[in-house]
Design a protein around this ligand. Structure first.
Ligand SMILES: [Zn+2]
Length: 252
């Protein structure tokens, strides 16, 4: 029952994340005006704004202009519901719950915006670094781990970006990725930040290999590192500590 409530809450928040994902990269306000059809601009009625259900009832088309509504909308609502249920399972009713939920929401927004626009908005990453550090003053991972996580995460990717640009003469890694990993380090601490980076690189390499084999990409194609970081950071935020101690247990 509690998981169902968490998931339901996630569906509603997911609907708001859709608004952020659409409007942030376009520099539009996320609170005004009300949601509209992105094709014909008609304002949506309340019954067209119900997460997942409206999409299913309208069979994925606008009632006025009959244009297809992207299946990304219900997919993001369902993903948010899953992340909320998973976060509740990991944190229970603790004060870590709202912190991890906020982190999960930020990661979902960055995941999709990087995938669609190849940018990671400062509006999320910069306050994210600050918030992660502030939260660490009162809870895990503690301010030392968080500060080290932010500095090491940002520093590591900044070094890679700088080195790549010197070596190839082109930008291979955006500064957005640098700020995003600093944010992940600030929220999760340096150990789970490293775990996130390793897992994201693995997922990214596997995706690249699959796309190359399927000839959907070539060696010049750019992959959205932010998307892979977000996919790895959400579970790392929930079970990262357990995975890191399990891994270290082999060395002690
Ligand atoms: Zn329309």
């Amino acid at each position: 029952m509690a998981y169902a409530i968490a998931a339901l809450f996630g569906l509603v928040i997911g609907s708001f994340l859709n608004v952020c994902i659409y409007r942030l990269p376009r520099d539009l306000s996320i609170v005004w005006p009300a949601s509209r059809c992105t094709t014909c601009g008609r304002e949506l009625r309340w019954f067209e704004n119900i997460p997942v259900l409206s999409y299913a009832a309208l069979r994925g088309r606008c009632r006025t202009c009959d244009q297809r509504i992207s299946p990304m909308y219900p997919a993001i609502e369902l993903l948010t519901a899953a992340v909320f249920a998973g976060t509740f399972a990991a944190c229970g009713l603790s004060w870590m719950l709202p912190i991890r939920l906020l982190f999960g929401c930020a990661m979902i927004v960055l995941l999709v915006i990087d995938l669609q626009h190849q940018i990671l908005p400062n509006e999320i990453t910069l306050p994210g670094i600050a918030l992660g550090l502030v939260f660490s003053l009162v809870g895990p991972p503690g301010w030392r781990d968080a500060l080290l996580g932010a500095l090491a995460g940002g520093g590591l990717l900044w070094l890679v970006a700088w080195g790549y640009e010197r070596w190839r003469g082109v930008e291979g890694l955006g500064f957005g990725d640098v700020k995003m990993l600093a944010m992940i380090g600030a929220f999760l601490g340096w150990k789970s930040m490293l775990l996130t980076l390793v897992a994201a690189s693995l997922i990214g390499s596997l995706t690249a290999a699959t796309l190359l084999l399927a000839r959907r990409a070539d060696w010049q194609s750019k992959l959205p590192l932010g998307t892979f970081l977000a996919i790895a950071a959400i579970p790392s935020g929930l079970v990262g500590d357990a995975v890191v101690s399990w891994y270290l247990s082999f060395y002690s």
